[in-house]
Design a binder for this molecule. Structure first.
Ligand code: ASP
Length: 638
């Protein structure tokens, strides 16, 4: 044995112990007063060690919890001596007896806090270098260190909980889908490009010089082919790879709950997703009520200014009709454009100065786009506008989230309280009706302000705080997305989704597909939770002629379409049934359920914002030999 495997204590040198035939009887989170007096064997890591001379306490930890172990010199001199040598993160085995803790010595914060184990024997199974941070700590500030020493970070109780939750959630989803008759089928990692809108990760072929596989951005084409093959209901908890500029909530590889069905209506898919989400949330202790709210894209924009509405706050309200032509004239408001308002509840009464500061903050943020904030409080002080202020407030107070059943604590139902902040946005004279071809831009701009103020006053209104109940989770289905988006850079229409999404049948029949692309609706839908998109899907194109037309309408020549998707266009010609599906981000669902702030908290070995794995140190250059085998040469290094 190498000298490093010896541990020094009390000027003696002891070797580490072997496990031998010892078996653990309980996990470190299992023991309760019911086991008082029982002989047990525990194994785990030393979470903390407290030396009180003749008594040493070791908190022994495994993934289920922590048990306090007492090493009493009078019980075993030898075990006590070993405990003197033990340090944080040493791996130990303890043979001993469960003892109920004395009155007043219980620890109500620990599940095992009513007992301790009095050790007769202690085995030091392995030592540990002093770790760069202690897994016993709750919060470790430096995330880079956490990621570099991920194996230590993952030992932390919070992380162990997150991954236990992840496993439970994934299993609940799997079980639900299998019960519903879905088959889990794997699709390849080494394939060709899938058009999900990101860059591909490529794998060079050794055998075929100059050719590359692409890692799938999603199993999209394969799952559609599985429908053509007659599998009827497919799902997969699938890894996807997208090389895109990483934001805080993105990872280059992530996991989707991916599914596809034959002959579905949109509602068929909604019910399946609601079913598996209910199962997943149940696994996290939360009962959901279904069906979820459903709204069209146009209504989402009209009411929330965004296609992923956060319904925890009151919606936007149209005040367009309240601002009559005369009022618009005297207030210098553009005659034909919408006037929008919303309430941020419970902000508290603002002083005159605070209100003015907020108004100017809003105006500054709008810049010269033409939008302006209307100071409702000031209107009230002017006799000719006071009735308008009153009408506006009344209309804004209609939001059902402001007046829950039974009335509100701080005011009569249907009226704003003095602590609610009413925000009204008007277009100044000369404000453009469209911005970048977008007639909905005013709604989007005001919607963004709503979210911004919602964040700013989050502590005040408290609606983002978790209560641990269903009320924390506001789900919505958003449907009827536009099929195309205008791309100002290339001055062309581009697919808003992947190009296999079916347009509305009516919009194909009426010729809009060719004549009025901006008005074509897609049979595409998103599922949204608290303002985050959890997943998206669509009814697919199942006819070769329509698919070819869509490729064409996206500016792809028939030859290009054949070159990229020829196999798929071919497959469509052999009796493709109508089909549709969806994919939801598993990482994000678990993140929300864990109450975590980043996907990195629920992905065991995540990458940094620069797409680096700090633990294994990837990516790295490879040897000349490997490059040669792959027929590659590096032109420049970063
Ligand atoms: N393939 C799509 C995505 O990854 C989901 C779907 O349309 O089913 O976003």
């Amino acid at each position: 044995m190498k000298p490093g495997k010896f541990t020094q204590y009390n000027r003696n040198i002891v070797t580490l112990d072997f496990l031998g035939s010892l078996e653990r009887t309980h996990t470190c989170g299992a023991l309760r007063v019911e086991q008082d007096g029982q002989d047990v064997v525990l194994m785990g890591w030393v979470n903390r060690r407290r030396d009180h001379g003749n008594l040493i306490f070791l908190d022994v930890r495994d993934r289920t919890g922590i048990t306090q172990v007492v090493l009493d010199k009078e019980v075993s001199n030898e075990a006590h001596a070993k405990a003197e040598a033990a340090r944080s993160e040493y791996v130990v085995a303890v043979k001993g007896k469960v003892r109920r803790r004395g009155a007043g010595l219980e620890n109500p914060n620990m599940d095992t806090g009513a007992i301790e184990v009095v050790a007769r024997e202690l085995l030091l199974l392995n030592e540990a270098k002093t770790p760069p941070f202690s897994p016993a700590e709750d919060a470790i500030a430096n995330e880079e260190v956490r990621l570099k020493y991920r194996y230590l970070d993952l030992r932390r109780t919070e992380m162990q909980h997150n991954f236990a939750l992840r496993s439970r959630v994934a299993m609940a989803i799997r079980n639900y889908l299998v019960e519903q008759g879905f088959l889990e089928i794997e699709t390849p990692f080494m394939t060709r490009s899938t058009p999900e809108g990101a860059r591909d990760y490529l794998v060079p072929s050794r055998v075929h010089a100059g050719s590359f596989y692409a890692l799938p951005q999603s199993p999209q084409i394969f799952k559609q082919i599985l429908m053509i093959s007659g599998f009827d209901k497919y799902f997969q908890i699938a890894r996807c790879f997208r090389d895109e500029d990483l934001r805080a909530d993105r990872q280059p590889e992530f996991t989707q709950i991916d599914l596809e069905m034959t002959f579905p209506k949109q509602e068929t898919i909604f019910r399946v997703v609601e079913g598996f989400l209910t199962a997943a949330f149940k696994a996290a202790g939360i009962a959901l009520t279904t069906p979820f709210v459903q709204m069209t894209y146009d209504n989402a924009i009209k009411n929330y200014g965004i296609d992923k509405p956060d319904m925890r706050l009151p919606a936007m309200v149209s005040l367009t009709d309240e601002l009559t032509a005369e009022l618009r004239e005297s207030l210098k408001i553009e005659p034909a454009l919408p006037v929008l308002g919303f309430v941020i509840p419970g902000v508290g009464e603002l002083s005159g100065t605070a209100r003015k500061a907020l108004m100017s903050e809003i105006r500054t943020a709008f810049g010269d786009c033409g939008l302006d904030a209307l100071d409702v409080a000031r209107l009230k002080t002017n006799a000719s506008f006071a009735p308008l202020a009153e009408t506006i407030e009344k209309k804004l107070a209609e939001d059902p989230t402001l007046a829950p059943k039974g009335g509100r604590e701080d005011g009569a139902p249907g009226s704003l309280s003095t602590s609610d902040l009413a925000v009204v946005i008007t277009p100044k004279l000369g404000t453009p009706a469209k911005w970048n071809h977008d007639p909905q831009w005013i709604y989007k701009r005001v919607g963004a302000l709503r979210l911004q103020l919602g964040q700013k006053f989050a502590d005040k209104h408290g609606r983002f705080q978790k209560t641990g109940t269903e009320a924390d989770y506001k789900f919505a289905w958003v449907t009827d997305f536009p099929m195309y988006e205008w791309d100002e850079e290339t001055k062309t229409w581009i697919a808003a989704h992947h190009p296999f999404t079916s347009p509305h049948e009516d919009d194909i029949k009426s010729g809009k597909l060719v004549n009025d692309k901006g008005a074509v609706r897609a049979l595409a839908y998103d599922i949204v939770l608290n303002g985050t998109e959890l997943g998206s899907g669509s009814i697919r194109i199942h006819r070769q002629d329509v698919q070819a037309e869509i490729f064409r309408s996206l500016g792809m020549t028939d030859a290009e379409a054949k070159e990229r998707f020829g196999f798929f266009l071919d497959a469509l010609e052999y009796g493709t049934p109508p089909h549709g599906g969806i994919a939801l981000g598993l990482d994000r669902i678990v993140m929300i359920l864990a109450g975590a702030s980043s996907l990195r908290e629920v992905i065991a070995f995540p990458k940094t914002a620069k797409a680096i794995d700090l633990m294994v140190d990837a990516p790295t250059p490879v040897s000349e030999q490997q490059m040669k085998e792959l027929h590659l040469r590096v032109a420049s290094r970063s």
